[in-house]
Design a protein around this ligand. Structure first.
Ligand code: AMP
Length: 221
């Protein structure tokens, strides 16, 4: 049976950074719905152009489009043992769709770490965030500067600021998160899957806190 870890938390809580690290440590794939939309936008696909209309405003891409995209992604062979999900699900409809998809695929959600960071800190983190063009590696102007300014430490590609990390859009994204994604905290808490993680600590400390709550079946997947 495949095992999935759903990382919950506001934009800027550290889901992407932590998912990259946990994926590297376990060998399970890191699946970021935002990365897939951005990749599609870069390649100017129909999906990318559609998603952009919502992303640029800090709104969510409609559930049916997002669910279809994730369904296709999770059915690929590299997800046969499971994956770390970052940014999906983001609404109760998506959470139900994930449960249905995993039931079909013979998988399940093993744990849902909820990474909590106060709102003021989220704005500070997002406004200084830098992303690598080639693979989405994440840096921060102040808290995690690259060795060479503007260049990714890992693959040498250019670092850029996401259009939706501008302050006006960031505030909208946080509001959308509070309204549409926060209900998932209760959804997973009721199922006994939620684990609270203090996201204000250092990146290494948060990684270790997450590692400590991963079930053995994820570590050995
Ligand atoms: P992220 O990289 O996770 O911050 O996502 C960037 C943007 O992509 C979001 O602000 C949404 O517009 C869109 N997006 C990503 N994941 C989802 C999702 N699960 N449902 C709807 N929209 C999403």
């Amino acid at each position: 049976m495949s095992v999935f870890v759903v990382l919950l938390g506001a934009p800027g809580a550290g889901k992407g950074t932590q998912a990259q690290r946990l994926a590297a440590r376990t060998g399970l794939p890191h699946i970021s719905s935002g990365d897939i939309f951005r990749e599609n936008l870069k390649n100017q696909t129909e999906l990318g152009k559609l998603a952009q209309q919502y992303m640029s405003k800090g709104e969510l891409v409609p559930d049916d489009v997002t669910i279809a995209m994730i369904r296709e992604r999770l059915s690929r062979p590299d997800c046969a043992r499971g994956a770390f999900l970052d940014g999906f699900p983001r609404t109760p409809v998506q959470a139900q769709a994930l449960d249905d998809m995993l039931a079909e695929l013979g998988g399940r959600v093993a744990v849902v770490p909820f990474i909590e960071v106060p709102e003021e800190e989220l704005v500070e983190r997002l406004s200084g965030r830098l992303i690598c063009r080639a693979q989405g590696h994440i840096f921060h102007k102040k808290y995690r500067p690259p060795k060479v300014p503007g260049v990714c430490d890992y693959d040498g590609s250019e670092l850029y600021q996401r259009e939706d990390d501008r302050p006006e859009v960031v505030r909208r994204r946080i509001r959308v998160y509070l309204e549409q994604t926060m209900p998932l905290v209760e959804y997973y808490r009721q199922r006994g899957l939620l684990v609270d993680i203090d996201g204000t600590r250092s990146v290494d400390e948060v990684t270790e806190a997450l590692w400590a709550v991963l079930p053995d079946e994820v570590k050995q997947a």
